[in-house]
Design a protein around this ligand. Structure first.
Ligand code: CA
Ligand code: CA
Ligand code: CA
Length: 439
């Protein structure tokens, strides 16, 4: 989720400072990682196999493994095998078949063991699954660009042949141990079965294959899943949080958990028949997040700050963060989220409904002020938050009214408290307490 917030100045400064953050929005700006010597040897072996046809590597889009060539032990022989994804260099990427090859090192030379063509137009992600057999499985998520469709293929390598042990289309997925037995399970929201039925399913590995260990209907009005995260509900139960679009203007969250005792998947937010309204039905500006990093997921609801309406031009919003507990949402705190500049300002409770915000003429600055209808914000200003570069700050190009409240690399976060006798006025130490970076 963190990558979702990253954009604008923050991304630019991170890139300039040489930080290797591999987040979504900056993906296109980052070059693929350099190949190691071993990867380079594998690449040479691939090229030799291609017999003069020009090939290029295909990189997974998401997840922990972003390498087009990686090493993993896939069978019961203890040495590592190599896996590579590539396609013809000349074909347009949307149409070119993606090939996957498993190589093994024989007498010091990498040699192709098995080669197959994968469906799909992109590699979404690659995971190595531990299913408790001592022989890991290779799970490849594939995208079909422009369709929203995905395909998961789980394969097992027996030393010579790569066998597909599971294959299923899906809308979103997670590899988690939801049944608590210490092995990886597959959680999928599958493609709609009909206009009124879309299933989430949990597959667990038993006796050499994946079997359905639970299923629950999800809201069929959700047409696109934007985010999936596993964490906890407020009462400590493990849960999967799904942020999805209902049309293009509205986002909502579904929460599912697995009842290990009764081996049932439970959807806490959809009863299988009617779509309910929740305070987290929102304009699609934020997804679930663990604000306090304690494992309990906060779910955002979004409302315009005082003086703005949904239809205003460039409205600024307050984000209400909810915990899901005992079957309902409870607000835990509210904050101003500046996703483009990468920070959150938690609102003191007495600010809610009374304090609004607006951009100032100063670049990357927000003014927080006590809202009175029809009155100039300058007459009731409380706090300015500004983001600039370290060189501006160190070069004393910023007025001495500002104080430094946080830094990240070459970025500095500054605050200025306005002269005011309002009871809503807060101090610099309070600003520091309420402020947090989201990158
Ligand atoms: Ca091996
Ligand atoms: Ca498991
Ligand atoms: Ca939390």
């Amino acid at each position: 989720m963190k990558k979702r917030w990253l954009s604008g100045i923050v991304a630019a400064v991170l890139l300039l400072s040489g930080c290797t953050y591999a987040g979504g929005n900056v993906d296109s700006l980052l070059r693929p990682p350099m190949l190691s010597d071993e990867q380079n040897d594998i690449w040479l072996a691939l090229q030799k196999d291609a017999q003069g046809d020009s090939i290029k590597l295909v990189y997974p889009q998401r997840g922990d493994n972003r390498s087009a060539i990686f090493l993993a032990n896939l069978d019961d022989e203890p040495e590592e095998e190599a896996v590579a994804f590539f396609q013809p260099a000349t074909a347009s990427s949307a149409a070119a078949p993606i090939r996957m090859k498993v190589l093994d090192k024989l007498d010091g030379e990498w040699e192709s063991m098995y080669d197959l063509v994968l469906d799909g137009t992109q590699i979404e992600d690659v995971s190595i699954l531990n299913v408790g057999t001592g022989v890991p499985l290779l799970a490849v998520g594939l995208n079909f660009v422009g369709t929203g469709n995905h395909l998961l293929r789980v394969m097992q390598f027996d030393g010579q042949v790569l066998n597909t042990v599971f294959s299923q289309n899906y809308q979103t997925k997670g590899i988690y141990d939801l049944d608590g037995d210490g092995t990886d399970d597959i959680f999928l929201v599958e493609n709609p079965e009909s206009e009124v039925k879309t299933w989430a399913k949990l597959y667990t590995y038993e006796n050499g294959r994946f079997v359905t260990s639970g299923s629950a209907l999800v809201n069929p009005e959700i047409t696109l899943y934007a985010n999936i995260v596993k964490g906890y509900m407020a009462q400590g139960e493990e849960a999967v949080y799904l942020d999805g679009y209902k049309g293009s203007e509205l986002m909502t969250t579904e929460i599912l958990s697995y009842d290990q005792e009764n081996r049932e998947l439970i959807n806490w937010t959809y009863n299988g028949e009617t779509s309910q309204n929740y305070p987290v039905d929102r304009v699609p500006l934020a997804t679930c997040y663990d604000l306090s990093n304690d494992g309990v997921i906060e779910v955002p609801g979004i409302r315009p700050l005082p003086g703005y309406e949904e239809g205003s031009t460039s409205p600024l919003y307050l984000t209400d963060w909810y915990h899901f507990s005992g079957g309902k949402y409870e607000r835990v705190q509210s904050s101003f989220v500046n996703s483009s500049l990468g920070y959150i300002l938690t609102f003191p409770e007495d600010w809610i409904g009374k304090v609004s915000a607006q951009k100032t003429t100063q670049e990357n600055e927000i003014l927080f002020y006590e809202y009175h209808m029809g009155q100039d914000p300058a007459s009731s200003e409380l706090l300015y938050l500004r983001v600039t570069t370290r060189s501006e700050w160190v070069g004393e190009k910023v007025s001495s009214d500002y104080e430094l409240i946080d830094t990240r690399g070459q970025i500095v976060y500054l605050a200025k408290i306005a002269d005011s006798d309002s009871p809503l006025r807060i101090s610099i130490p309070e600003v520091k307490e309420y402020f947090s970076r989201i990158i």
